[in-house]
Design a protein around this ligand. Structure first.
Ligand code: FES
Length: 355
């Protein structure tokens, strides 16, 4: 509907009554220097001349804000009720986590509804004035700033928050409820590890088992200059907790000439020059895998932290914060290498120690 089709008595009040009234046609004059006289006549929206259309828009906006509230409630309910290991088939993506799908869907609907409600509100019910805003220097004059403030207050008034209570209340409800979806995510920070990170599967008498052959190690299996990876006896790859436990318990076994071992404690905790150190880098936990036979250095491939196995595995290069923990070992009555206890300090990255 164009302005020409609107009965004159339905047109909004003249500009000198309220220059920003809904539906006002911008006219270039001294009081409105931004209006462009070259523009075609302004077309009024149906909501400006038909109160029933305005009410319909109001209900649409309220519906969208209410939908956002329901979607946020759905987000929280999905997080609490859907098991994290449940999957569903979604065409054309395939099988996806049911919880992730529900969280993404409800979060998307909640955000979209708030945005769509705000846009529909602005397009159909807020002030409908066409102006051309000239570019101006970034540092505004005090008078301009005062005008901006006045315009801001005018805009707040025109949004009719006080008059359109349904919109105001549902909008506040949607905005107040939506942040709760972030609060429930805090659950992912827990549970606290307690002292779980301070202990590994190693204990007195546990045999050192070769990770490749799955056979218990004898001292004769460890040659000078070789690097062997070991795990505690009883820990099998098909165990449910294998990854969790091996991430703490994995060992590097190296045989040095006892006279080459500089650290006194390292020598005491070794067996005939065989030393057992945690394989987990103390920087951010990569598995160490490179051994330099001549220098007795082991190197972490992730960020090149280098540890000297002949000197208590102290850090000689790279970002690691402290030496690799050593496991005290011996030989049992049957001639197999065994642990003489657990590690005496936490293995892995420094932040684990806070457990
Ligand atoms: S994880 Fe080993 S150096 Fe970074």
């Amino acid at each position: 509907m164009s302005s020409q089709d609107i009965p004159e008595e339905n047109l909004p009040a003249a500009q000198d009554a309220d220059e920003h009234a809904p539906g006002t046609v911008a006219v270039a004059d001294e009081t409105n220097p931004f209006a462009d006289p070259g523009l075609p006549p302004h077309e009024h929206r149906i909501q400006d001349i038909d109160e029933r259309a305005a009410s319909r828009s109001e209900r649409t906006v309220a519906f969208l804000f209410t939908l956002s509230m329901l979607a946020t409630a759905g987000f929280i309910a999905s997080y609490v009720t859907i098991p994290s290991d449940k999957s569903i088939y979604v065409f054309p993506i395939g099988h996806v986590s049911a919880m992730n799908f529900a969280l993404g869907l409800t979060l998307g609907v909640a955000l979209f509804s708030i945005g769509a409600g705000a846009v529909h509100w602005a397009r159909t019910l807020m002030s409908d004035v066409e102006i051309i805003d000239e570019r101006h220097p970034i540092a505004a004059e005090p008078e301009v700033r005062a005008k901006v403030m006045a315009d801001f207050k005018q805009g707040a008034k025109e949004s009719a928050l006080g008059r359109r209570k349904l919109i105001r209340n549902t909008m506040f409800g949607a905005l107040a409820l939506f942040p709760l979806s972030g609060v429930v995510l805090l659950r992912d920070l827990g549970p606290l590890p307690g002292t779980k990170l301070r202990h590994t599967l190693w204990s007195k008498g546990k045999l050192l088992v070769n990770m490749n052959t799955n056979e218990p190690l004898r001292p004769s299996d460890v040659a000078v200059g070789s690097l062997t990876f070991a795990k505690p006896e009883g820990l099998e790859e098909h165990d449910e907790d294998f990854q969790k436990e091996i991430a703490k318990a994995a060992l590097m076994i190296v045989r040095l000439q006892p006279e080459n071992i500089k650290d006194k404690q390292e020598l005491e905790w070794s067996h005939e020059g065989i030393v057992a150190y945690s394989k987990i880098c103390t920087h951010v936990g990569c598995p160490i895998s490179l051994y330099e036979q001549q220098t007795h250095h082991v190197l972490c491939p992730c960020h090149q932290s280098t540890f000297d196995l002949s000197d208590g595995a102290r850090v000689i290069f790279g970002p690691a914060g402290h030496a690799l923990p050593q496991l005290r070992i011996g030989v049992n009555d049957e001639g197999y290498l065994e642990a003489l206890g657990d590690f005496e300090e936490p293995v892995g990255p420094a932040f684990w120690e806070r457990g």
